[in-house]
Design a protein around this ligand. Structure first.
Ligand SMILES: [Zn+2]
Length: 353
């Protein structure tokens, strides 16, 4: 009896230590500058508002962070969504994954950021808006890991998120995206196969297509890889909607990945073999005009096959487009309005042995 009381007291002390350092709260959720995973008690879930950056008027952004620590220590898995503010399927994936997980049966820790780019989400925008320069736009997925006292508010915001939760606290990372507005992807992974663990993560997710890709400077994936954390970028369809089928497939893929990483018990289904490529070919509009896309996502095309055409305001044909290489359709324009240079069809090239 006494021991049980002692145990409860220790647990209470743990909970108090983890949260009482943050004096401020919003709707009962502590507001912190740093989420210290070691202070989250085993077999529990905690929510935080992470103070990051500042608006031009001087108010901090409060980024939602959910941490679930399992009963047993194990890998620490990072899941972020909406680094691009119009890419919303990942938001629901992160939220629903925490509903499905149980800290009592979890091994390791899951760190979820359902919405990173708060100001972008509120403006229906891919970008992080600045008040500077008469209102300019920054691609937040080109500035990681940010910079203390960096050149603009976006870099400082990224720095606060990175140092506040990511830095030295993550073993595996998945950054959830979708195609940008006016276009769509299948369930598709960018991964750098030079890191065998990144390749394993990519394959475990059960995606339709994978691009073995060296990453982009300033992306969250590349920032994690640069500090030795295997990371992939997972693209979940198109922007500005909840695609329930793809959200469900992503949740199943994440659970399979967590089984593979022994964070969850059970048997992961063997995922269907994805289409893997290293090079893509993008067909871009040579002129402004309305586009008709003649192929579907995931369709195999041969070199020379007509894949799109454009008509002018009167409906007269003005351009046709043929596949320059054989491969599988990775992305198509969903918005017919295409200005010169806009993407029409992207093909992931078939590997030639
Ligand atoms: Zn994106």
């Amino acid at each position: 009896m006494a021991w049980r009381h002692f145990g409860l007291a220790v647990l209470l002390l743990f909970v108090l230590t983890a949260t009482s350092l943050a004096a401020e709260r919003l709707d009962g959720v502590p507001i912190v500058r740093r989420v210290d995973l070691d202070l989250v008690p085993p077999a529990s879930e905690q929510r935080f508002w992470l103070k990051a950056g500042s608006t031009a008027a001087g108010q901090p952004y409060l980024v939602p962070v959910i941490v679930m620590r399992g009963a047993e220590d194990g890998p620490r898995l990072w899941l972020s969504a909406a680094v691009h503010g119009d890419e919303l399927n990942g938001v629901r994936v992160v939220q629903r994954l925490f509903e499905r997980l149980d800290p009592k049966t979890l091994r390791g820790t899951v760190i979820g950021l359902p919405v990173v780019n708060l100001p972008g989400v509120e403006r229906h925008s891919r970008f992080f808006p600045l008040a500077d320069d008469g209102g300019s736009l920054v691609d937040l997925n080109r500035v990681w890991p940010g910079a203390e006292g960096g050149a603009d508010a976006a870099r400082r915001f990224a720095h606060d998120v990175w140092t506040g939760v990511a830095e030295r606290q993550v073993d595996l990372a998945i950054d959830l995206h979708t195609q940008t507005r006016g276009a769509v992807f299948p369930l598709f992974v960018f991964a750098d196969f030079r890191d065998p663990l990144a390749e394993r993560l990519a394959r475990a997710l059960g995606a339709d297509m994978i691009k073995d890709d060296r990453g982009i400077s300033g992306s969250l994936e590349t920032a994690f890889m640069a500090v030795g954390v295997p990371a992939v970028t997972l693209e979940i369809g198109g922007p500005k909607r909840f695609d329930h089928d793809l959200i469900e497939r992503t949740l199943e893929g994440l659970e399979a990945l967590m089984i593979e990483q022994t964070m969850l018990a059970g048997m992961a289904p063997i995922p269907p073999e994805p289409f893997i490529g290293r090079e893509e070919a993008t067909l871009r509009a040579v002129t402004g005009g309305f586009a008709e896309i003649l192929v579907d996502l995931g369709e195999d095309v041969v070199a020379g096959q007509m894949v799109a055409r454009q008509v002018d305001l009167f409906g007269d044909p003005i351009a046709t487009y043929t596949a320059p290489v054989a491969g599988r359709v990775l992305s198509i324009a969903t918005d017919p309005l295409r200005e010169p240079g806009a993407m029409l069809v992207r093909i992931l090239r078939a590997e030639v042995d």
